[in-house]
Each structure stands twice: as C-alpha cells, then as structure tokens.
Design a protein around this ligand. Structure first.
Ligand code: GUN
Ligand code: FE
Length: 424
C-alpha cells in the first residue's frame, strides 16, 4: 500500500479560526489518509519511505466547489454583460458545441490538463446537457487523479432552441442512463445531479431529478440567488415559493438527506439562509464570477458566523481563472467591500478564515477532506516559496499568506498528492 512520510514546513486548518503551523515536521500518509503531523518522526513510522521537502511549504489540497468545465474554453472572454445576457451570449452557445464529441475531446483535454496542474485536488464540476460528452469529461478527470463530482446538466425550459432538452421526461431518462453508465464506474469521479438553475428546469423535471437523487443517493449541485434579475425571474416562474431555495426544497433538491451545494448565494434572505443551515446545504462562494458578471458581493461573514457549510468556487467561466489562490484573495477583498459599502457590522474575513474555506470548509463536501488532522484523506500541495525572493526571514504564517497573494500556485508548486497518490 501507498504508505509514506512527507517532511517540510506544514500549515493546515483545524477550524475556521485556527490554523496549525509546524516547521520541519513530518506528515504521515497511511492508506491514503493522514496519520497525523509530528515534530519528531514516531518510531512506528521510521521505516516508511520519506519524501524530503525540507524548507518547502506543505498545505492541504484546495477544493473547488463550483466550476463549469465546458466554459473553460472561453475563460477570460466576454466579461461585458450581466448574468442572464451573458448566459445567452456566451455560455449557451459554447456549451452547445459539446454535442460534437470531437470538439468535446479537444476542449476537455485542455480543461483536464489545467485542473491537473492547478492547486485544486477536489472539484464539483458542471458539464453540459450532453450525456456522452459528460462521460468523456468524467473519464478525463479520472485520468488526472483529482477527485471530482461531475454533473450532466438538466435544462428543459427558457433556453435556446439549440440548447435545450426536448421534455422533462427525456431529460430525466437521459440522466438516468448517464447514472447507470457512471455511478460506481470510476474510482475518483462521481455523478452529481445538476439542474442548471430554476429558470431552466420545469417543476416536472425538478421533481424527477429529486426522485433520481433519492433513488440513487446522489448529491446535488445548482445555482442559487445569484443575480437580482434572475431572482425576479424565479419569482415570476414559481410564484408559490416564498423564496428561491424553497423551489429546490419542494422537490428534494436542497440538502439533507442528500448533500447539496448551491453556487453564489449573493442575495439569500434570512429564511433561505435558515433553511440552508437546517438542511446542511453548502454555499459555494464565487467572488470572481460575482464581480465579472456584476452580480454583487455575497455576505460570507454572515454565513461563516452562522455556521453554514461553505467553501469556495472558481465558477469558471463567470470566474476567469481556475486558480483558487486567486479566489481566496478575491474572497478577502470582497469581504472588505461588503463591510465598507454594505454592512459595517460584517467584519472583513481574516486570512485564516479564507484558508479554512479553501480547504476544510469546502472539503467537508467530500467527507474528511481539507486538513492533515488524523483520519483526513491525504491531499497535499508542496511549494518551493523560496523561489519568490524576500530580503529577510518570514514566519510560516507570513509565508503562507504571501504565497497565496503572489500566485504561488502558478509560480512554485512542486508536488501534488490526492488521496495518497502523487499526481504531479
Ligand atoms: N446560472 C445558471 N447557469 C449559470 C452559469 O453557467 N454560470 C453562472 N455564473 N450562473 C449560472
Ligand atoms: Fe456557475
């Protein structure tokens, strides 16, 4: 079995307010899980193979709770519109192309390669409405070694003629075929039920998807309360629901008993927030996208202080980059603007809180993931941060903060381990 020791300067979240730091320490990996971090190598592990990363920084892998794989092709383009126009102008036309498997193969190769090289070790990804391209994406992600949930997207209303499924029944049947083809098929890649958002799914489809989620015990991902125009539209389409999240909840697509992650939650009301907490729904906070398509600033401080489940999402291509270090910086910056311009009682996020969100906060969606505490699945990143010169010594916490702000994921990442496997 793959048992080994890493030696280096270690940092990991214990809780949202506590980061553990250990210089010149040993992290033990036994059967894909952490057996703890030690200042001195315990006798019982002394005979294990050791990778010596002395002087280098080792942190848990980062978790991307929300990314659109097909949109990776046009990331960094078309940032001149609000959400609903942006979907029609850019997202839907691009996603339509994945009916063509030759195109999907080319585009998903580029995406999978970028994910492999990134600091992301776990991801929740949307594909498109196409079953076969979704299976292709899953195969490519499986080959990278990262762990992911991938969703075939469902859309049966209010969508372009060329990018819509023919009926709720057709959409649900195709989804069930896809589940049969993929559930239990891969080691590191799992299906997740993915209604795009309420405007693109009829109640009949939502009801069938809730049933599939229940029957096959599959988690759920979607979008929630992202943009004012979108929220108004949901009110018009579903006037009987008191708030946006209640629509998903009506159909069993809002947490407990199935894990659910909802992207954005920029304008969630107190009622919505309460229900999310009650059902254990995860928030995927996507600051880049919230700025790029001008949705707004999400109240992350409120979610954290109310102990909601929450992590970060790159939301490529509303977000322009898959870099979760960038997302971390934007999360702190956004929280400062929220405090300064919206609610002065909501204090800006501290670095350690955002480190928690990027690792253990989002990691909880995958189980015991995102920390080096005993029993956590072994996802680790190694950085040679000395290559970013500095004229005097820095503490470990300063090194970590600087690494994140200066884009260390692209400048000096040296190794990447996922579930005990070295993939880079
Ligand atoms: N809401 C529905 N679809 C999308 C999407 O592709 N991106 C974002 N940011 N929001 C959405
Ligand atoms: Fe999204």
């Amino acid at each position: 079995m793959n048992n080994f020791v890493l030696k280096g300067d270690v940092a990991y979240s214990v809780s949202k307010n506590k980061t553990a730091y250990a210089e010149n320490a040993y992290i033990i990996c036994i059967e894909g899980k952490s057996a703890g971090v030690y200042r001195d190598l315990p006798e019982q592990y002394a005979s294990l193979p050791m990778k010596d990363y002395t002087g280098k920084l080792i942190i848990p892998g980062l978790v991307d709770l929300h990314i659109h794989a097909p949109q990776f092709a046009y990331r960094g383009l078309g940032m001149d519109m609000e959400l609903l126009d942006w979907l029609n102008a850019y997202a839907f036309p691009e996603e339509t192309k994945y009916a063509d498997l030759t195109y999907a193969e080319k585009a998903y190769d580029i995406f999978a390669n970028a994910m492999k090289k990134s600091a992301t070790t776990r991801a929740c990804a949307f594909s498109t409405i196409h079953k076969d391209a979704t299976v292709l994406l899953m195969r490519k992600l499986e080959n990278t070694g990262i762990v992911s949930y991938v969703g075939k997207v469902n859309m049966d209303r209010e969508s372009p003629e060329s990018y819509i499924e023919s009926s709720a029944q057709a959409s649900a049947e195709e989804t069930e075929r896809w589940i049969h083809e993929t559930a239990g098929y891969f080691n590191r890649t799992y299906p997740i039920i993915t209604p795009r958002f309420v405007p693109s799914c009829t109640p009949e489809l939502l009801s069938s998807l809730g049933e599939l989620s229940r029957r096959y015990a599959l988690p759920v991902q979607s979008h929630l309360s992202e943009n004012r125009g979108e929220i108004e539209w949901v009110k018009e389409l579903e006037p009987d629901s008191a708030f946006y999240g209640e629509v998903y909840d009506k159909y069993g697509l809002f947490g407990d008993p199935q894990k659910t992650v909802m992207a954005h939650c920029v304008y969630s009301t107190d009622d919505e927030m309460e229900l999310m907490k009650e059902r254990g729904v995860f928030v995927a906070h996507c600051p880049a996208s919230n700025m790029n398509v001008a949705s707004g600033i999400a109240p992350v401080r409120k979610y954290l202080d109310n102990d909601l489940n929450i992590g970060l999402g790159s939301d490529v291509a509303g977000g322009h980059t898959e870099s979760l270090f960038t997302t971390m910086v934007e999360t702190i910056q956004n929280s400062k603007l929220y405090w300064r311009t919206i609610d002065s009682s909501m204090k800006p996020l501290k670095f350690e809180e955002v480190f928690f969100l990027a690792t253990k906060g989002g990691g909880a969606f995958f189980g015991k993931v995102g920390s080096f505490e005993k029993g956590y699945e072994f996802d680790a990143l190694v950085f040679d941060d000395k290559t970013i010169a500095h004229p005097q010594p820095l503490s470990l916490s300063q090194r970590l903060e600087r690494l994140v702000y200066l884009g260390g994921d692209r400048r000096c990442m040296q190794a990447k381990y996922v579930k005990g496997l070295k993939i880079l």
